[in-house]
Design a protein around this ligand. Structure first.
Ligand code: OAD
Length: 272
């Protein structure tokens, strides 16, 4: 059974046989690159390889809270480019929606801040946005809310969005988790949830940023873990029941959907 389940067909059979009723999905920037949003670490196209123009101490500084306090401009420039309203979900996002519609999604853990999972129709109570999102914004000092659309409007004009409380006037940023900031409570409270899953699917992440990268390790021994990614990452591949599909996410999920007999439904869902 172990050897047999080490293939995509084996995973599909496992799902079709009703053995996977609680699927945990873990995603990163690679599931949104085909939507036109760059990932972080791909050597030429990744965001971190293209930040030279900002003259940062190091690439990650753009997402460091201490750096932002002194110089928010590089982040704001990036924020305009990453404005989530400009992008449309990929077929990989629709695949997650389909898993949810089949009643099989235990939880989606995403590192992405682009809100494309929600746009694809995955309900918010099924999503853990581990690194926050662009959906809300607030003052970094007094934490009061600020409309995200308004923030982008101010940023587009080349100004710095500031807290509306005159006694505060702190900097406003979207509620994405910067380096140096705590993880959201929703993540901390649910991080061991993968232990309850009977199948894990990891897609489009380099699994380099902790604590998110520790999630697949919470899956029980003997629980199949499927990686759909351009490259092998983390400890995926170290267990006998790991299955590695080292290719583009969109073509990988199409293959899985085909093996499941879901392909037509998936294409219809994506075309909506
Ligand atoms: P990375 O850029 O680190 O990793 C993206 C992974 O997806 C890499 O392994 C790529 O090879 C792969 N990939 C890219 N496009 C793909 C495609 N179309 N099909 C299949 N694989 C593809 O992005 P994340 O792992 O999401 O955090 O990065 C994690 C965190 O680092 C981010 O949430 C962000 C960043 O710093 C913060 O800003 C706090």
């Amino acid at each position: 059974e172990t050897l047999e389940s080490r293939t995509l067909e084996g995973i599909a059979r496992y799902i079709k046989d009703g053995k996977a009723k609680k699927i945990v999905i873990m995603t990163g920037a690679g599931i949104s690159t085909s939507a036109g949003i760059p990932d972080f670490r791909s050597p030429e196209t990744g965001l971190y390889a293209n930040l030279a123009r900002f003259d940062l101490p190091h690439a990650e500084s753009v997402f460091e809270i201490s750096y932002f306090r002194n110089n928010p401009n590089p982040f704001y420039m990036l924020a305009q480019e990453l404005d989530p309203s400009k992008f449309r979900p990929t077929i990989t996002h629709s695949f997650i929606k389909l898993v949810h519609d089949k009643g099989l999604l235990l939880k989606l853990f995403t590192q992405n801040i682009d809100c494309l999972e929600s746009r694809a129709g995955v309900p918010s109570d099924s999503i853990i946005e581990a690194h926050g999102s662009f959906a809300t914004a607030s003052c970094i000092e007094c934490k009061s809310r600020y409309l995200p659309e308004k923030m982008l409007e101010v940023v587009r004009k080349g100004s710095v969005p500031q807290c509306e409380d005159d006694t505060c006037r702190g900097l406003v940023k979207p509620n994405i988790v910067f380096y140096g900031e705590p993880m959201p409570e929703s993540f901390s409270q649910n991080k061991t949830l993968p232990a309850d899953a009977d199948l894990a699917i990891v897609m489009g992440t380099s699994l380099t940023v902790y604590p998110f990268a520790s999630l697949p390790g919470f899956c029980g021994e003997g629980v199949p873990r499927l990686l759909i990614n351009n490259e092998q990452v983390g400890s995926l591949g170290s267990r006998p029941d790991d299955v590695l599909l080292l290719e583009d996410c969109d073509s990988g999920v199409r293959k899985l959907a085909k093996a499941l007999g879901w392909l037509e439904e998936l294409e219809t869902e994506w075309a909506k």
